[in-house]
Design a protein around this ligand. Structure first.
Ligand SMILES: NC(=O)C1=CN([C@@H]2O[C@H](COP(=O)(O)OP(=O)(O)OC[C@H]3O[C@@H](n4cnc5c(N)ncnc54)[C@H](OP(=O)(O)O)[C@@H]3O)[C@@H](O)[C@H]2O)C=CC1
Ligand SMILES: O=C(CO)COP(=O)(O)O
Length: 363
């Protein structure tokens, strides 16, 4: 496991409790020592006892060793700078799994794409893990599910097998794009929910943003090739609910501080852990513009971050001039407007009545 923050350490516990032999890489030798000797990570998981079998080291070479699986859990924006040192250590059969939920600033690449580029390994040996996975709850062994996704189903299944234990269950899919974007996009909606929470707005506002946020996430992910159903699964809706409703979420917390009137600079200074959503807003809006996807919620989050929109005025679900229920539709990626799911059958019935039962347009 590369990265001894809250998620890397918790995921190491998941793996060790499932019977795997785990070595954790912490870039600070003193943290590696604490984990190895005291079986504690007091910086990131205070009060949690780690499995006795977990070892930690500050040597990347020692951590990777002959491992069959290399999990990566560091902040997204720092991934690329670590790959030059990692690439020569990865064996020809090693499977590399991203636990990260961000896109790279500047390139807009997903983490599995950065890994593919930087390590030069085949997609079939890459996987991503995502889902409603607040680290501290899992570290306390509260029952949780996740999704492991890979272009190769066999790879996803092999990873899911090691990432399953008595309190943690991994499901599989092959929709890497949807699984990965689900984890990125829900962070942005969780920031928006945090903002309105910080302002003091209530459940109607939050439910409106949550619901419209899911539609926005689905439009974006489908435009980039995701399977729509992934957004209504653990990596989409599941993670959106967990992250938007928990004070444990750093993205939600960052949003709440913004809603309380702190500036972006103040929020970053106050956050002791990674809030990925803050760095992903700009690249996601660039990607959305490139495919013509409308993202009013993420747009307004970006304006609050820039200080150009007062958090009290955030109402992204009200920013349309049209009275049509824009984009309102079942979570299947198709809009109702002119779409077949709701309007067509009703239209046909009216036309049939008008035409004496001969159907729309006389057909
Ligand atoms: N925490 C959670 O509940 C979950 C987090 N995730 C994702 O996991 C990823 C990691 O997050 P998380 O563990 O929470 O973050 P934390 O802030 O808790 O930990 C970050 C870790 O990365 C290390 N790190 C920071 N900068 C660098 C760098 N430049 N090079 C190498 N290592 C670095 C830190 O080391 P140091 O201590 O020395 O600074 C620390 O070990 C994120 O993408 C997040 O979205 C996914 C699911 C759940
Ligand atoms: O990804 C997470 C839960 O699934 C963790 O969310 P935060 O990064 O907002 O804490």
């Amino acid at each position: 496991m590369l990265g001894a923050g809250s998620w890397g350490t918790t995921f190491s516990k998941i793996l060790a409790d499932g019977g795997a032999d785990v070595t954790l890489w912490a870039r600070r030798p003193e943290l590696a020592r604490e984990i190895s000797l005291a079986k504690r990570n007091s910086d990131y998981l205070p009060g949690i006892n780690l499995p006795p079998s977990i070892r930690a080291t500050s040597s990347l070479e020692e951590a990777v060793g002959e491992s069959a699986f290399v999990f990566v859990s560091i902040p997204s924006q720092s991934l690329r700078s670590n790959l030059a040192a990692l690439a020569p250590l990865i064996g020809p059969e090693t499977v590399v799994i991203s636990l990260m939920k961000g896109v790279e600033k500047g390139t807009g690449l997903r983490m599995s794409e950065v890994l593919e580029q930087g390590l030069g390994i085949d997609r079939d040996r890459l996987a991503v893990a995502s889902g409603p996975n607040l680290a501290l709850e899992i570290a306390k062994e509260q029952p949780t599910a996740a999704v492991i996704s890979s272009a190769s189903l066999a790879t996803a299944e092999a990873v899911a097998k090691v990432a399953t234990n008595r309190y943690f269950r991994s499901f599989v899919n092959t929709d890497v794009i949807g699984t990965e974007f689900g984890g990125v996009l829900k962070n942005l909606i969780a920031v928006a929910i945090g903002i309105v929470d910080g302002v003091g707005y209530g459940e109607n506002t939050k439910a409106s943003i949550l619901t419209r946020g899911l539609a926005e996430m689905t439009d974006f992910a489908v435009a980039y090739g995701a399977v729509p159903e992934t957004m209504s699964g653990l990596a989409g809706l599941g993670d959106l609910i967990a992250t938007s409703s928990s004070p444990l979420s750093r993205n939600n917390t960052a949003g709440r501080l913004l809603g309380q009137g702190y500036s972006f600079t103040d929020v970053v200074a106050r956050m002791q852990q990674t809030a990925e959503g803050l760095a992903s807003v700009a690249p996601i809006l660039t990607l959305a513009a490139a495919r013509g996807v409308d993202m009013p919620i993420v747009q307004q989050v970006s304006q609050v971050l820039a200080g150009t929109l007062n958090p009290r005025d955030i109402a992204p679900h009200l920013t349309t001039d049209s009275l049509e229920p824009q984009g309102e539709r079942p979570i299947d990626g198709r809009k109702n407007r002119g779409g077949p799911s709701l309007r067509r059958p009703f239209q046909r019935t009216l036309d049939q009545l008008r035409n004496g039962g001969r159907g729309a347009g006389g057909h």
